[in-house]
Design a protein around this ligand. Structure first.
Ligand code: IMP
Ligand code: MG
Length: 184
């Protein structure tokens, strides 16, 4: 285990079971010729999760990416999100978008992106997250697909970072609090 990890919260085996289960749910929900499933990876945290998930999906699927960050999500509740990389598709009105996120915290990012992409004219927009911290919500938001709910602890690994580090860990772990208090 990495020395900066206090404890492992979701093991690699558990993540494997989660991606298998969610891929089956997606296969069930997006079957049929009238569907055009596009997985939208929210960079960078969702890269690892989306890479594993897409390999297990058997219905036809395309991928795309967006990059977004919520403005001062720790203090404000207005739900303003900055889009750094937008989704540009001429066929958006024919696309069934499934936003793939690493973790939902305040809910600001995903509630904003869902409304934003619907407003841009997508045929449908759903959301999928590996991790959910429901106790941290500032805006009401429920994902359509959820890996697992976790307590209010800062986690890293499997795509999730602290200061751009730890993304390559194969599990989700709780970061030792002294690491982020030290660096602040
Ligand atoms: P929200 O808008 O507050 O729901 O923001 C979710 C985003 O915050 C995620 O995409 C992550 O980038 C980041 N985030 C929230 N909690 C954690 C955590 O425990 N570890 C790492 N990143 C986190
Ligand atoms: Mg993220």
């Amino acid at each position: 285990m990495n020395k900066d990890v206090a404890k492992i919260l979701v093991t690699a085996e558990e993540i494997d079971e989660i991606t298998t289960r969610i891929a089956k749910e997606i296969d069930r929900d997006y079957a049929g010729d009238d569907k055009k499933l596009i997985l939208v990876c929210i960079l960078k945290g969702s890269i690892v999760f989306m890479g594993d998930l897409m390999k297990k999906i058997t219905v036809p699927v395309e991928i795309d990416c967006m990059k977004a960050s919520s403005y001062g999500a720790g203090t404000v509740t207005t739900g303003t999100v900055n889009i750094h990389l937008d989704l540009i598709r001429p066929d958006l009105d024919k696309c069934d978008l499934l936003i793939v996120e690493d973790i939902i915290d305040s809910g600001v990012t995903l509630s904003y992106l869902t409304k934003y992409l619907k407003g841009k004219g997508a045929k449908s927009v759903r959301t999928c997250t590996l991790l959910d911290k429901p106790s941290r919500r500032k805006v009401e938001f429920k994902p359509d697909y959820c890996g697992t709910e976790i307590p209010d602890e800062f986690v890293i690994g499997y795509g999730l970072d602290f200061d751009e580090k730890y993304r390559a860990l194969p599990y989700v772990g709780v970061l030792r609090p002294e690491i982020y208090t030290e660096e602040k």
